[in-house]
Structure formats: structure tokens, C-alpha cells
Design a protein around this ligand. Sequence first.
Ligand code: KG4
Ligand code: ZN
Length: 337
Amino acid sequence: MIVLGIETSCDETAAALVRDGHEVLSSIVLSQISKHQPFGGVVPELASRAHVEALPGILEEALSKAGRSWADVDAVAVTRGPGLASSLLIGLTAAKALSLSLKKPLIPVNHLEGHLFSIFLDPNCPPSAGLCPLLVLLVSGGHTFLVRMDEAGRYEVLGQTLDDAAGEALDKGAKLMKLGYPGGPAIEKAAAGGDPNAIPFPRGLIQQRGLAFSFSGLKTSLLYYLKNHPRALDADNLKNVAASYQEAAFQALTERVERALDQYPAKAFACVGGVARNKRLRSMLTNVAASRGLPLLLAPPEYCTDNAAMIAAVAGTKRNICDDPASLDVEPNLTLT
Ligand code: KG4
Ligand code: ZN
């Protein structure tokens, strides 16, 4: 089954063709970063307008890159939530129109489940049945979850953030360091060659039991550090500040992963979401995997950040067809259950 996936939940306009839930025939992602950069974050009104302008061309590009035509599409999948309501609406409206005109089923998808399925887009990833129970750390700009996947579609949220998401902590930290938006890649770049142990930023909640995350203390600690060290952003110092900030955030993540693996035996573990693109985080998790002798699943970097292939992957696997597309609405606050 060839699924056309559409993703417009935030500031990426994306379309993809995926066969049978894992074989990517094409994946097109248009980032709007340059439109939002002057504002230091995503402006919803600008994002939805940009989706309207870009989506038709992105859909055509997804088909032509895959060497397919509209007649080859067996189903249309779209992100229903969570995300910005006005952005989600553009993708959903387009998907409804396509499903109606092509006379093909419409499959609504939870964006967070899309991130979980991004690991299956790696051609070397074994089928999900052999990996479950699978522990997944989902770290994006809006969410930070530790999830146990018992099978595709059956999840238990073991822990989540009490305040900022991991990506949000990086984005806000980068703003304080005047590194621009999006913050995760900017901090990764600035941290190159820096000493990750130069400044002892707090590892949120690390003393407490449980699997919750907290990043607001880290951000506040950076704010005070910068106030008290006026030369902290000089080139020689900045790399140490960036490396130490990133390290504190990632140690908070890996410590929770270790704790979850202690509490809930898993056959494998995975890390997904935009922050999973980070090379330092990938290497820290690789060390955890090696010390425990457990397989670690990481999506190819291009499928960590928002994309439509992961949306088509969920749809092609679960085939959860909507029987009343006309009354389907966006769900900006959708979560994982
Ligand atoms: O999954 P994603 O593309 O969108 C959401 O669903 O939120 O994640 C975006 C987040 C942003 O906070 C961005 O700063 C972070 O992922 N990110 C990174 C890297 N690339 C993107 N964080 C750390 N290192 C990166 N290389
Ligand atoms: Zn996302």
C-alpha cells in the first residue's frame, strides 16, 4: 500500500510517499526557518500562510521524486495533532480534498506517534514485533516523553516534562546565548571544541526518584550565569558555555533513560524527535546501549525532525481509516495514550 503523508503541524511543510509503512519512496520537507528567524520563534499566522503557499508544490514534488502519479496513491495520511491549530488545518483540509477527489481513504495520524515510527524508516530496523517492549525517549521542540511501546499502537507514558520540553530548553538557551533559532542545532555548532564540564549547570530533578523531567531550572541557571559573567559570550568562552548547557540537558535525559531501563526491562530502546539529531546525544545514548548490551534504535537524522514520511509510516502500518472524513477536525492538544 502506497500512502501519501502530509505534515503541517508547525513550521515544516512536508509530504512523502511511503510503501507498506517503512519504504520511503520520497520525502520532501520545506522548512520555514528563514521566515520565523527574525522573530526568534514560530509565528503561527506566518506559518499557516506559508503552508497554504507551499503545500501544492510540495505534494507535486513528492509524487515526481517517487516517479508516481496520483493514481498510484492508495491512501492519504495527515497529521491531526498535536500542533498549531491554524497550521494543522491547512494539512487536514488538503488531505480531505485529496481523499475526496482521489476516492481514497483518509487516515488521521498523531504527530507524536509519527515520531515513534520514525525508527522504522531506517532500512536496517528490525520489525517492531521483535523489539517490544521498546523504551522510547521522544525529545522534540514541544514534547519530552519516556514511552514504553508494547506493540505498534499500544503505549504507556512512563514520564514526561513538568515544564519545558528538551528542545524548548535548547531553543530558549540559544536565545539567551544569542545564537538564534532553532536553538538545538545552533548550540550543537557553538559547542564544538568546548568543554562540556566547564560549568556545572543543574541536571533537573536528578536527585529525585521517578521519571519526570524538568528543564526550567537549567534555563534560569544559564540566565544568572550570563548575568554574573559578562564575558561569557566571548568566542573563547561561548563554546564552553554552549557545551556545558547542552551536556546538562542531555545528562538529564540519559539518566532518566537508564532509570527507566532499570525499572522496566525492555528488549531495545530508541530516541526520536528533533533533538535526536544531535550527535552528542546520539553518542551518549550509544554508550548507554553498549554498557547494557541493548540495541539502540535511532532514526536517520532527516527523519528525526518533522517530516511526512513518519506520518505515512504510521498510516501504512496501522491503517486506521477515518469513516467520516467530513467531520474530522484537528486536535491541537492531542497526546499519546
Ligand atoms: O521534532 P521537531 O522537528 O519538531 C517538533 O515536533 O517540535 O523538533 C524540533 C526541535 C527544536 O527544539 C530544535 O531546536 C531541536 O528539535 N533540534 C535539535 C537539533 N536539530 C533540531 N536539538 C539538538 N541538536 C540538533 N541537531
Ligand atoms: Zn515533531
